[in-house]
Design a protein around this ligand. Sequence first.
Ligand code: ZN
Length: 305
Amino acid sequence: MAHFSKLSSEQLTSCIAHLSTPLREQLTQFVLAADFEACLSKSQVDALLSHYPDNDTSAKHQLCRDLIPLAQSYSKAPISSFYVGAVAMGESGRIYFGANMEFKGMTLAQTVHAEQSVITNAWRHNETKLVMLAVSAPPCGHCRQFINELNGASDIDVLITEQPTTRFADILPMAFGPSDLGISDRLMNSPLNAISVESDDQFVKQTLQAAQQSYSPFSHSPSAIGLKTSQGTYFGRYAENCAYNPSLSPLQGALIALHLCGDDVTAIERAVLVEHQGSRVSQQKTTAQLLNLIAGASLETHLAK
Ligand SMILES: [Zn+2]
């Protein structure tokens, strides 16, 4: 996939000014690289960790906390001007960035929270479990419910700016989770959906693949969106939540990917929705309307069997 660095070197300098010189120099090299997609590989993370006195869990915690301002620089908050950044470390040792996104002229329900952004980013890189989550502000109730859907959620170390490290289970006591509805699947680690679409179009096939990876154990309505611009292609998988409302639509997922890769929503040239024929939940009408409002783009729908 083509790539575009969103941050200029000036923006980057200001959000990593608090780091030591060698750490800053190495991070600058990684972030400004042509293939950077808001994710640091394990070897890059290891290289950054070598600048900390003890290369252990506390160093990883500190690195995640130190990267929060960089994550915040991805924030797009034209309504609230409240810039939230989130940094997550996966079980693979990779680090992901995420930030809140607001859409002027839309309902607040379309807002993407930083935690949803970073989780979506990790999931699109096929991470199956998060071990640490650092955020610039305490996760709101909506996000706590969203995080609770994750594989291994209760053991995630939560690092909130200027707060001691805590475990996720401690910030969501008496939780309502998928198991309360008799579901054992978890977000980021669910089985593939056995759906198919008859098409020779490569982009439709890629969107189908994303729909196969989507998570909808409550409504059994797998779906995904593919967005194409002149610069790249971005896919969003539907991520359902046991409490329904915190679910993340496939369009939100695709817009997160597009934004974190430094692309522009107004540059969308093609939008494809793949959803299961006759599902109880349909993304089609809402997505078509939103896409038209956000990007002036029309939606192509392919029904899967
Ligand atoms: Zn939130």
